[in-house]
Design a protein around this ligand. Structure first.
Ligand code: MG
Length: 365
C-alpha cells in the first residue's frame, strides 16, 4: 500500500484539556485502534485522575480482540473491580470513581460498553445521534419529564452520577452494537464537552470539518470559550470499510497548554464570530522563535488551525540561536518550536533576558 493511498483511509483524533477552572485534569482517554475510550475521574485530590487511569489501563488489558459487546462489557466491569481494589490497597483513595465509555470499531461495526455520564454519539448523514444513556441524576429527571435538556445542563446537581466505576463490585455496564456506514463519525466525550455545548452545536461542529483533528480541536475550543468549567476530552473516529488510522492523539501537557489553548480561543473566534475576531485576538499575542539561526519576535501564534496561519514577523534580534543553545539547550528547543508569551512587551523582555543569559554564559570560565 502506498503512502498516498493510505491518506485516503479513515482517521481518528483524541484531545483533552484541563479547562479554564480546574487545576488538574482527571479525565483519561484511550485511542488504540480498534479500541477507543474516555473516562472522567471523580474524587478530587488526584484520586479521580488515578481512578480514570486505572480504568483505561484495565480496559486496554482486558478488552476482547474482536468487537464483541458482551466481552467489552466484561472488560468495563473488570475495570470497575480494579478501581475498587486499588482504593482498598491505598492507591488513590476510598470513594474515588470514574465514568467509562468504551468503543471497539471494526470497519463499519461499532460495539460500546458504558457506565456514567460520559457519552458516545454517532454522526451519520448530517445528524448527531446520542447512543449512550447518561447514568446521572439530571438525566433521570429529564427522562421522567421533570427537567428539560437545557435545564439539566445548568442544574446544580448536574455532575451527580448514578452509576460509576469504583463503588459497587456488581456494577453492570450498558452495551450497544451498531452498524454504521462509511463516512459516519463516532464521537466519545466527557461531560466537560456535553455540559458546555448543546447537541445541536456538537452536530454543527462534527459536520464542519473533513479532518477529525479539526473537529476535536473545534469542540474543545468551544467548550473552553463557553467557560471551560470542567476537564474536557473528545475522541473522534471516522468510520470506513477498513479500520481506523491515526490522525493524531495528543494529551496537552502543562507546558504546551498555553499555546494550544490560545489556538483554541482563535478557533472558537473563527467559528463563533468570523475571522475578524480571531485576527484581532491573534494580533494581540506574540511569540519568539528562530529563523535562519537568529532569534526573532513574531506577533500572533505559532502553528496553524484548519490550514490558517495567524502570525506576522515583528522584529529580528541580534541573538544567535547557537549562542542560546550553548547557554541553555532546552530554551533553544523551545524557541525552535515557538515560545509563546503574553504580548509583544513580554516578548521583548524575554529577548533581553536571553541576551543576559548568553552574555553570562560566555563570560563564565
Ligand atoms: Mg467531567
Amino acid at each position: 500500500m502506498t503512502g498516498s493511498r493510505r491518506e485516503a483511509h479513515p482517521r481518528y483524533a483524541a484531545l483533552t484539556d484541563v479547562g479554564r477552572v480546574r487545576s488538574a485534569n482527571e479525565d483519561s482517554y484511550l485511542a488504540e485502534p480498534p479500541l477507543f475510550a474516555v473516562a472522567d475521574g471523580l474524587g478530587g485530590h488526584q484520586a479521580g485522575e488515578i481512578a480514570s487511569r486505572i480504568a483505561i489501563d484495565t480496559l486496554l488489558a482486558s478488552a476482547p480482540r474482536k468487537a464483541d459487546a458482551r466481552a467489552l462489557g466484561r472488560a468495563v466491569r473488570a475495570a470497575n473491580v480494579a478501581v475498587i481494589q486499588a482504593a482498598e490497597r491505598g492507591h488513590g483513595r476510598a470513594g474515588m470513581g470514574t465514568t467509562l465509555t468504551a468503543a471497539m470499531v471494526e470497519g463499519t461495526r461499532i460495539v460500546l460498553a458504558h457506565a456514567g455520564d460520559s457519552r458516545a454519539y454517532l454522526f451519520a448523514h448530517g445528524r448527531l445521534q446520542r447512543i449512550t444513556r447518561d447514568h446521572s441524576m439530571v438525566a433521570d429527571l429529564v427522562r421522567r419529564g421533570e427537567l428539560t435538556e437545557e435545564e439539566s445542563r445548568h442544574h446544580p446537581n448536574r455532575s451527580v452520577v448514578t452509576r460509576a466505576l469504583g463503588s459497587d463490585p456488581e456494577m453492570p455496564a450498558d452495551t450497544h452494537e451498531l452498524d454504521a456506514g462509511p463516512g459516519d463519525r463516532l464521537l466519545l466525550c466527557t461531560d466537560g464537552l456535553h455540559g458546555m455545548l448543546t447537541d445541536d452545536r456538537i452536530e454543527a461542529l462534527a459536520a464542519a470539518f473533513p479532518d477529525p483533528e479539526d473537529v476535536a480541536r473545534a469542540l474543545v475550543a468551544e467548550a473552553l470559550l463557553g467557560g471551560g468549567y470542567d476537564n474536557v476530552t473528545v475522541v473522534v473516529v471516522d468510520i470506513a470499510e477498513t479500520g481506523p488510522e491515526r490522525a493524531s492523539e495528543r494529551r496537552i501537557s502543562v507546558r504546551r497548554w498555553w499555546a494550544a489553548s490560545l489556538w483554541a480561543v482563535v478557533a472558537a473566534a473563527i467559528i463563533v464570530t468570523g475571522s475578524l475576531g480571531a485576527y484581532t485576538y491573534a494580533r494581540s499575542r506574540a511569540y519568539l522563535t528562530a529563523e535562519s539561526g537568529v532569534v526573532v519576535i513574531r506577533r500572533g501564534l505559532p502553528g496553524s488551525f484548519a490550514g490558517i496561519r495567524l502570525d506576522w514577523r515583528e522584529q529580528e534580534t541580534t541573538l544567535a540561536l547557537d549562542a542560546v543553545a550553548s547557554a541553555d539547550p532546552v530554551m533553544a528547543q523551545r524557541l525552535r518550536l515557538g515560545l509563546v508569551v503574553r504580548d509583544l512587551a513580554e516578548a521583548r523582555r524575554v529577548a533581553e533576558d536571553l541576551r543576559a543569559l548568553v552574555a553570562s554564559a560566555s563570560a563564565a570560565p
